[in-house]
Design a protein around this ligand. Structure first.
Ligand SMILES: [Zn+2]
Length: 272
């Protein structure tokens, strides 16, 4: 499937059409409810449980880039949040995003912790409600991790009225503020489907950026929009799925093999 978007991205960011639909996962899997403890790294790193706000940056290492020195926050477009599909940069960095939230496998949390890789979690409220919140609370307290808005119930926002769009986005922000102590400031619209009404609704809910993607990894292999390798600033779409812990480890190694490191999206798209 192919989605196209208004090519009205602001200067400094790269517009690109999306090749693959995101977020095929819609099943309600109850694959267990790991405790916050089980999401702790087995490599000795521990979350900082008292911190209400995630650290904006991850600790640099062989897989994780140092924070940027100078960043210009992208400006509003048409009075609302800009649509971002890729970060304009010359640095060999890419950005990991993980969507939906049904599959709370402690092995996946362990892989994230083992490498210290920052990730932006675009979760739906309905996929993480109940006990699954605890899994993501533990992850969100680690350096470089943030929980962002992927709506309440994963509708195609383009099919909804403005009021319904606003409910989907604002209610998720309120729920996540309560659950995670951080108010989401990025929105990933389900399926990447976006229109100007969504922009207006997102703006009304306090969203600073609408974030899609430029590369996907639907299973164990990367799929590039352009060419056959990663490009600086690629935003990689993945999903909480099974067996994502294996695919994630493969992704981290492949990024490293291509000479790239992971950056933290919130360093380049700072909260306003
Ligand atoms: Zn999704």
């Amino acid at each position: 499937m192919k989605y196209s978007f208004p090519h009205s991205l602001i200067a400094g960011l790269v517009a690109s059409s999306l090749v693959l639909a995101g977020c095929g996962v819609s099943t309600s899997s109850d694959s267990g409810t790991p405790s916050a403890q089980s999401a702790t790294s087995d490599s000795g790193q521990t979350p900082t449980p008292e911190s209400p706000e995630a650290s904006p940056t991850a600790t640099p290492n062989d897989y994780v880039a140092s924070p940027p020195e100078n960043v210009k926050a992208p400006k509003k477009v048409n009075g609302g949040p800009p649509l971002i599909s890729r970060i304009e940069t010359k640095r060999k960095i890419v950005f990991l995003t993980i969507d939906d939230g049904y599959f709370t496998d402690p092995r996946t949390a362990a892989v994230l912790a083992e490498y210290g890789v920052p990730a932006t979690q675009f979760l739906t409220n309905n996929s993480v409600n109940g006990d699954r919140y605890r899994y993501y609370q533990a992850i969100s307290q680690r350096d470089g991790q943030t929980i962002q808005n992927h709506t309440m119930s994963h509708p195609d926002l383009k099919t909804l009225s403005y009021g319904a769009q606003r409910d989907q986005i604002c209610q998720t922000n309120e729920k996540f503020q309560q659950a995670f102590g951080q108010r989401p400031f990025m929105l990933r619209p389900p399926y990447g489907n976006f229109n100007e009404s969504v922009r207006k609704a997102a703006n009304a809910c306090g969203i600073d950026y609408i974030v899609n993607w430029s590369t996907t990894m639907p299973k164990d292999k990367l799929r590039y929009q352009v060419g056959n390798k990663l490009r600086p600033g690629d935003i990689i779409l993945t999903h909480w799925s099974e067996p994502f812990h294996k695919w994630l480890r493969g992704l981290i190694k492949e990024v490293h093999r291509q000479g790239f490191k992971f950056g933290a999206l919130q360093d380049y798209l700072p909260k306003k």
